[in-house]
Design a protein around this ligand. Structure first.
Ligand code: MLC
Ligand code: AMP
Length: 489
């Protein structure tokens, strides 16, 4: 049983999804998903990871649900990924099928790895006499999202149907999702913020999700001005960009946008720390106090400011339903004193099952059943949690995307004329952090940026470069990243 799909029969002809190609009901979504599931069943694809690459929209969701109904695990690939990265996902996941939108074939025609490819129309047309679909167990793998870690390449974070369902119910309860809600999604559909918090929550509750293939400030303003939306969720960079857009408008346009936002009931910010000036300025622009919450691919959402009650600036509120949280010392023991920082640990049915094919890394990520987030936090005497930073400086957050410095260094080092490099994060008003690379090698910046274009998605590419004769190292030869930072001053 897959609760989100099962619920959809209750919502019948209500609108589930609106995208650039049209308006789609819950009935239509379920029917198309069933056809996809039958096609996969016909191809004897069972209990496997299935990659799918679609722009945000109806077909993305129909394919995702089809993968679920056929008992397979959905592994989203993003339109920003390069063939190089898609090859890695194929290799790492062991997937044998890639379902790909026709318009994105340029990303998949020259893959090195062998994989069968199918598009939406092909699967829909594939008739197949056996219309059975398997019984999907709650503990079966539902979704695998690739995330960057402190070690080299991205890891596949696997969540089961039960874990996904618990994540959805947790947010539905906390933020009081209703069938009358209507949300605009402008976030990428290969991370939990867009996939779970927005799209799954909307569809689980019979609400409507409007899906735009990418963020465009003018389009968001227009949709908010319509007065039809009730909810909006985004990363801090997007609120920053919306404020910049607002500043450019004339009074009449500002007034229309502001009037439309009066009918909205909630705006959420997360995936990275919300800067105080953004919170304050957005309040003036929109009349809304952003609700800041905290989450992670491995745990879904863990902490949230309250829907009702004080949304305290600079904090991420309290534990969400079905989530247990503690602040721990180096040995994993709980720190009970208010205001004392420690690592944030999380436990509960929302927490992921495993890193795909990485039992050792999975085991190392837990202590006594608690997941170690790698984030440093403290709790106030009245229970509000505050995120203070990360334990590792090799994890970068830029525009809400998590990026591993080591992953980028490995790619840079594969360039034949780079002998050494160090990747760090620089603070940035718009992006939170931007990626900077110090390079030892005989290569021009223009040449390097061109070379990198094929190697990694745009959001992972360094934005600042410095070329040096040698990197600062300590007596043991270890690169001193704080000193590398000084090279950019
Ligand atoms: C793009 N650009 C950057 C950049 N990304 N510059 C610096 N740093 C970056 N990270 C540059 C481009 O090269 C381009 O430059 C210009 O900015 C516009 O690029 P774009 O790609 O068109 O940007 P835009 O569409 O505006 O994208 C910004 C964004 C996007 C904020 C919409 O980054 C985004 O979708 N972020 C959300 C990621 C997300 O969903 N994270 C959730 C992870 S889950 P030029 O010179 O060409 O104009 C998670 C758990 C949780 O974290 O808690 O939710
Ligand atoms: P990801 O691995 O992409 O899911 O990103 C998860 C990370 O984003 C967390 O470990 C935090 O470091 C960061 N994060 C998410 N929400 C917040 C927030 N509200 N404030 C600060 N950091 C956040």
């Amino acid at each position: 049983m897959i609760p989100i799909v099962q619920n959809s029969s209750e919502f019948g002809d209500a609108t589930a999804i609106i995208d650039n190609s049209g308006t789609y009901t819950y009935n239509h979504l379920r029917q198309q998903a069933l056809i996809i599931a039958h096609a996969l069943e016909g191809r004897k694809i069972a209990a496997q990871p299935v990659l799918y690459l679609f722009p945000s929209g109806f077909q993305y969701v129909a394919v995702q649900w089809g993968i679920w109904l056929s008992g397979n695990m959905a592994v989203p690939v993003h339109t920003a990924h390069t063939p190089h990265e898609i090859d890695y996902f194929i290799e790492d996941s062991g997937a044998t099928l890639l379902i790909c939108d026709k318009t994105l074939k340029h990303l998949t025609t020259h893959l090195k790895n062998n994989i069968v490819q199918a598009d939406f129309e092909e699967l829909i047309q594939e008739s197949h006499h056996n219309k059975r679909i398997p019984r999907v167990k709650p503990e079966s793998n539902a979704l695998m999202i690739y995330t960057s870690g402190t070690t080299g390449k991205p890891k596949g974070v696997v969540i089961s149907h039960e874990q996904l369902d618990t994540q959805i119910r947790s947010l539905s309860k906390a933020w009081e999702w209703k069938s009358s809600d209507r949300i605009l999604n402008v976030l990428p559909m290969h991370h939990v913020h867009g996939v779970v918090n927005i799209t799954c929550c909307a569809l689980y509750n019979g609400a409507t999700v409007e899906m735009q293939p990418q963020f465009d400030a003018a389009c968001v303003a227009e949709r908010m001005a319509s007065g039809q939306l009730t909810l909006f969720m985004a990363v801090p960079t997007i609120y920053h960009k919306l404020i910049q857009h607002f500043e450019k408008l004339n009074n009449e346009e500002r007034h229309q946008w502001q009037h439309g936002m009066k009918s909205m009931r909630l705006m959420v910010s997360g995936s990275a720390a919300l800067p105080m000036p953004t919170l304050a300025r957005w309040k003036v622009v929109s009349g809304h106090t952003l609700l800041e919450r905290y989450g992670m691919t491995e745990i879904g959402m863990a902490l949230s400011n309250p829907l009702h009650g004080e949304r305290r600036a600079g904090t991420v509120g309290f534990p969400l339903p079905f989530v247990e949280v503690k602040i721990a010392d180096e040995s994993g023991n709980e720190i009970k004193d208010a205001g004392t920082p420690g690592e944030l640990y999380v436990k509960g049915k929302t927490v992921f099952k495993q890193y795909w094919n990485k039992p050792e890394e999975t085991a190392n990520a837990f202590v006594d059943g608690w997941f170690k987030t790698g984030d440093v936090a403290e709790k106030s005497s009245d229970g509000y949690f505050k995120i203070l930073g990360r334990k590792s400086s090799d994890i970068i957050k830029s525009g809400g995307y998590k990026i591993s410095a080591l992953e980028i260094e490995n790619v840079l080092l594969s360039h034949e004329r780079i002998s050494e490099c160090a990747v760090i994060a620089l603070p940035d008003v718009v992006w939170g952090e931007t990626i900077a690379a110090a390079i030892v090698g005989n290569v021009l910046q223009s040449e390097l940026t061109e070379w990198l274009r094929d190697k990694m998605a745009g959001y992972k590419q360094p934005r600042h470069f410095v070329f040096v004769k040698q990197l600062p190292r300590n007596a043991m030869g270890k690169i001193l990243k704080p000193e590398v930072r000084n090279l950019f001053k």
